[in-house]
Design a protein around this ligand. Structure first.
Ligand SMILES: Cc1cc2nc3c(=O)[nH]c(=O)nc-3n(C[C@H](O)[C@H](O)[C@H](O)COP(=O)(O)OP(=O)(O)OC[C@H]3O[C@@H](n4cnc5c(N)ncnc54)[C@H](O)[C@@H]3O)c2cc1C
Length: 457
């Protein structure tokens, strides 16, 4: 037992595996609970690098980060309110439809839609987690989870590669797409599967774009909109970052990497060739990318279980998705905050000192968490696949219908039905207007009432 890290203090000790956006959100929410839950985050990387390109924080996630007191910090770090979402025809960039966002998001869904540099987002979360008192260990790769013995009997040991271990009451597998904790939960390997697409992505400077001296590029640069060019089998996404000093470009194309290859350095020529015959302005913007790293996009339809005893999964470990609804990290943030809320409610209600009883209470609670989250995240994964279909239509009857329907959307003031989720008011309301924390509070109350009724029978 000499090699153990000691828990921070007495109380329900949560060990979060992985300091990605989901793991950090969970850690912050644990620490912001009343009273705070002791939490340790273990991250295998030697340091938590705040790198990457752009990322959206849609209203459902923005509501959660606001509840954690992070909205102003995210804005100070360059997060800005997206003013609109513009879908364009691939050949000429003509606008198919422009969805107004801005304050409409707040009015309709209760929170703003922000865009931010992923590194800045992660940086804000990391600082907030540390300030709130989370213990964050880097260079700490988890290789197993074992049952505690001796003075840790009844608890769990999170075993690190360096031979050390941490005592945990609850273990959260926030270890991403290739989660090892997922394997421990399922008792078998369950790798994500190909979506059929891969992404090229990068950022470049304002000066670079300005150097083209092109009026249309200047307009795109000034608009605080997400610009999306839709074409057969592929699409491109462009938006500003860091107070318009940088710009984000993501190119989504058919996956031509061999099976099993996750990333590969492609050539700039090959990358650009994907968009031959597309809007010349888009091609000029593509010429700014200086690297052509291919990222295979993976997902899975459904995981049978997210929990095993006192171990639970969140984020990409449990529901990796195509990024076409901008919801992967958003759902991870919802998961993390909801899990922390449920743990805190249980702790406040009283947790047994008797190990078996405590583990049973926790394992029942984690099943409640799974019930709350699984269906919602599966709807998102399926929605992203559906979006892929509509975004990538080849020219023809279905594309003509899509474009007509898109053009008519503003007539409904974005309140009507649409065969494409992106434009369907009810779908958008359920995706973006969902208040996961309020839902979890209600569900916990019902669950504990039911439990006490059963105990009294
Ligand atoms: C092109 C693209 C664009 C995207 N755009 C958006 C967007 O706009 N909005 C959005 O919400 N989402 C978006 N996503 C999805 C989003 O990036 C992911 O869903 C999200 O980052 C997942 O977060 P996570 O915390 O679950 O996992 P990760 O960010 O993968 O974090 C997992 C962490 O666990 C650590 N780890 C792994 N194994 C171990 C171990 N054994 N021991 C210790 N640590 C370990 C890893 O090092 C890592 O730090 C996009 C994705 C892509 C590919």
């Amino acid at each position: 037992m000499n090699n153990q890290h000691k828990p921070l203090q007495n109380g329900l000790h949560v060990v979060v595996v992985g300091a990605g956006i989901g793991g950090l959100a969970c850690a912050i929410a644990c620490r912001r609970a009343n009273p705070p839950l002791p939490v340790t985050v273990v991250e295998r990387a030697p340091e938590i690098l705040t790198i990457g390109a752009g990322i959206h924080i849609p209203p459902n996630a923005c509501r959660v980060v606001s509840s954690l007191g992070l909205l102003d910090k995210l804005k100070q770090a360059g997060g800005y309110q997206v003013k609109g979402f513009t879908l364009r025809r691939y050949q000429n960039g003509n606008v198919l439809v422009e969805k107004p966002m801005g304050m409409r998001m707040k009015t309709e869904y209760g929170a703003e839609w922000l865009a931010i540099h992923r590194g800045d987002y992660q940086g804000v979360l990391l600082e907030a987690a540390r300030e709130a008192g989370a213990d964050i260990l880097t260079n700490a790769e988890v290789i197993g989870i074992a049952e505690g013995i001796g003075e840790s009997f009844g608890k769990h040991m999170v075993v690190l590669k360096d031979g050390k271990s941490l005592v945990a009451d609850v273990v959260v597998g926030a270890d991403g797409l290739w989660s090892g904790v997922r394997e421990l939960v399922l008792g078998r390997s369950f790798p994500p599967v190909e979506t059929g697409d891969l992404a090229y992505r990068g950022t470049f400077t304002r000066e670079h774009l300005k150097s083209f001296k092109n009026e249309r590029i200047d307009q795109l640069m000034e608009a605080e909109n997400v610009q999306v060019w839709l074409g057969p089998g592929r699409h491109a996404v462009f938006y500003p970052l860091r107070n318009k000093t940088e710009y984000n470009l993501v190119l989504l194309v058919g996956d031509d990497l061999p099976e099993g290859v996750r990333t590969s350095q492609g050539s700039l020529e090959e990358m650009a060739a994907n968009f031959e015959g597309w809007d010349p302005i888009l091609n000029t913007i593509i010429s700014c990318l200086k690297s052509a790293l291919k990222w295979k996009l993976l997902h899975f339809k459904e995981l049978d279980q997210w929990t095993k005893g006192v171990i639970a999964l969140l984020g990409d470990a449990s529901h990796p998705t195509l990024p076409y609804q901008g919801q992967g990290a958003a759902m991870a943030v919802e998961d993390g905050a909801i899990l922390a809320l449920l743990l805190s409610r249980l702790q406040n209600q009283g947790i047994s000192d008797v190990p078996d009883q405590r583990n049973q209470q926790l394992s029942d609670l984690l099943l409640l968490y799974q019930d709350l989250r699984k269906r919602r995240t599966e709807v998102n994964v399926a929605g992203a696949v559906d979006t892929r279909h509509y975004y990538h239509l080849s020219d023809g009857d279905e594309q003509i219908c899509r474009d007509k329907e898109l053009a008519s959307l503003p007539d409904s003031a974005w309140q009507g039905p649409c065969s494409f989720n992106w434009g369907d008011a009810e779908y958008q309301k359920s995706l973006l207007g969902f208040d996961g924390l309020a839902d979890a509070e209600r569900t916990f109350d019902e669950w504990s009432r039911k439990k006490s009724r059963q105990a009294n029978i």
